[in-house]
Ligand binder design. Structure first.
Ligand code: ATP
Ligand code: MG
Length: 355
C-alpha cells in the first residue's frame, strides 16, 4: 500500500459521530506499512473511543485494500517532546513537578486581565468535554473569588473527606468539581490567604482530591486573573499539560495576554491556544454580527507567539443568565451561537493536545 493513499484515507475518515470535527489523520502518531498490512498508532486521551476508532480505521483502510489493520493507542505527549534532551537536574527548577493523581490531561484556563470570562470558558469547556463523553473535573483555583460553584449550580453540594485528608469531589451536571467556595461557611466570607497557607490549600486542591473511581480524562483548572502566587505555585508544583488563555478583543486585554503567555513559558507549560471571549454581538433582530470592541487583533498576537485562536465566543446575554442559574450554556442551550463556539474550542483543544 502506498503511504500517500493511506494518509489520504485517514484524512478522509472524519469522526463526526462522536461530535468532533477532525479526522483520523489528526490523531495519527505513527504509521507502518508492510505490504498490504498497516499498523497505526492513534492519540486518544480516553479509552472510551478505542473501539470506535479501531473500527473506523479498519473499515476505512480495508476499503482501500489493506489486508490487516493493527491499531494501537496512546495518551502520551508527542515523541519529539519525550525525546527532547533532559537538562541536568540542577539546571531544572521544575524537577519537583508532580502529576495530579488519576487525571490524564490537566488543562489550566488563565487570563492576564480579570473579568474576561475565564470561569465561563472553563466551565463550558468542561461541559463540552463531558458532552463528548469524557470524564471531566473542574478545579476552581480562584482562591479569592471562587465562582465555579455558582456557575455549575453546585453551591449546596457537600464536600466530604476520607482518610488521609483526601477531599471527595462532588458532582454537578456530571462534572466533578472542587472549589474553596464549597468549603467556606458562606459566600460572603472574605478569604485572606497568607503565603504558606495559600500554598498548602492549593497543594491539597491539586494533589489530595478524590476525583472518583474512574479517574478523569480531563481536569480543567480555573485560575484567578493575572500572574500571581497561585499561577506560579501551580506552574512550579504540578505537571500541567497545557494552558488556554482567555481574552477579550480589546487592546488592554491583549497586552495582558502577552504577559500570561510569557509567564507560562517561564514555568514550562505549553500554551494550547487563545479563546477570544465577547468577540462580537449577534443582533437578535437581524442576525448581523457587530464587533463592538472594534477589529480584533487576537489572531495577530497568537501568531506572534506561535499559537492559535481556538475559538471566538460571541456575547450573548443567555451566557450570563444561565451562568447565574448554575447551568453552563453548552448544556442549557446547546444550539446557541455561544454554545457552538465553546464546543469548537473544546474540539480544537483536543486537536492541539494530539499534536
Ligand atoms: N460570552 C459571554 N456573553 C455574555 N456574558 C458573558 C460571556 N462571557 C462571560 N460573561 C459574563 O461576564 C461576567 C464575567 O465572566 P467570568 O466570571 O467568567 O470572568 P472571569 O474572567 O472568570 O472573572 P474573574 O477574573 O473575576 O475570575 C460573568 O457575569 C459572565 O456570566
Ligand atoms: Mg473567574
Amino acid at each position: 500500500m502506498a503511504l500517500q493513499g493511506v494518509m489520504d484515507t485517514l484524512k478522509r475518515t472524519t469522526l463526526d459521530e462522536i461530535g468532533v470535527s477532525f479526522s483520523l489523520a489528526d490523531l495519527l502518531r505513527d504509521l507502518k506499512i508492510e505490504g498490504e498490512n498497516v499498523e497505526i498508532l492513534l492519540f486518544s486521551p480516553s479509552e472510551k473511543y478505542y473501539e470506535f476508532l479501531q473500527q473506523k480505521a479498519e473499515e476505512a483502510l480495508k476499503s482501500v485494500g489493506a489486508k490487516e489493520v493493527k491499531v494501537e493507542f496512546t495518551s502520551e505527549p508527542p515523541k519529539q517532546q519525550q525525546q527532547a534532551p533532559t537538562p541536568p537536574p540542577q539546571e531544572n527548577p521544575f524537577e519537583n513537578k508532580r502529576r495530579i493523581p488519576n487525571v490524564k490531561k490537566v488543562i489550566a484556563v488563565a487570563s492576564g486581565k480579570g473579568g474576561v470570562g475565564k470561569s465561563t470558558v472553563a466551565v463550558n469547556l468542561a461541559a463540552a468535554l463531558k458532552k463528548m463523553g469524557y470524564n471531566v473535573g473542574y478545579l476552581d483555583a480562584d482562591m479569592y473569588g471562587p465562582s465555579g460553584p455558582t456557575m455549575l449550580g453546585a453551591k449546596d453540594k457537600q464536600v466530604t473527606a476520607k482518610e488521609g485528608n483526601i477531599l471527595i469531589a462532588p458532582e454537578s451536571h456530571g462534572i466533578k468539581l472542587m472549589s474553596i467556595g464549597l468549603l467556606l461557611p458562606s459566600e460572603d466570607t472574605p478569604v485572606i490567604w497568607r503565603g504558606p497557607v495559600l500554598f498548602k490549600a492549593l497543594s491539597q486542591f491539586l494533589f489530595d482530591i478524590d476525583w472518583g473511581d474512574e479517574g478523569l480524562d480531563f481536569l480543567i483548572i480555573d485560575l484567578p486573573p493575572g500572574t500571581g502566587d497561585v499561577q506560579i505555585t501551580l506552574g512550579q508544583t504540578a505537571e500541567i499539560d497545557g494552558a488556554v488563555i482567555v481574552t477579550t478583543p480589546q487592546d488592554v486585554a491583549l497586552i495582558d495576554v502577552k504577559k500570561g503567555i510569557q509567564m507560562f513559558n517561564e514555568v514550562e507549560i505549553p500554551i494550547l491556544g487563545i479563546v477570544e471571549n465577547m468577540s462580537y454581538f449577534v443582533c437578535p433582530d437581524n442576525g448581523k454580527k457587530y464587533e463592538i470592541f472594534g477589529k480584533s487583533r487576537t489572531e495577530e498576537i497568537a501568531k506572534q507567539y506561535g499559537t492559535d485562536v481556538l475559538s471566538k465566543i460571541p456575547i450573548e446575554p443567555k451566557v450570563a443568565e444561565f451562568a447565574d442559574l448554575g447551568i453552563p450554556i453548552v448544556l442549557a442551550k446547546p444550539d446557541s451561537e455561544s454554545a457552538k463556539a465553546f464546543i469548537e474550542a473544546a474540539q480544537n483543544l483536543i486537536k492541539k493536545l494530539s499534536q
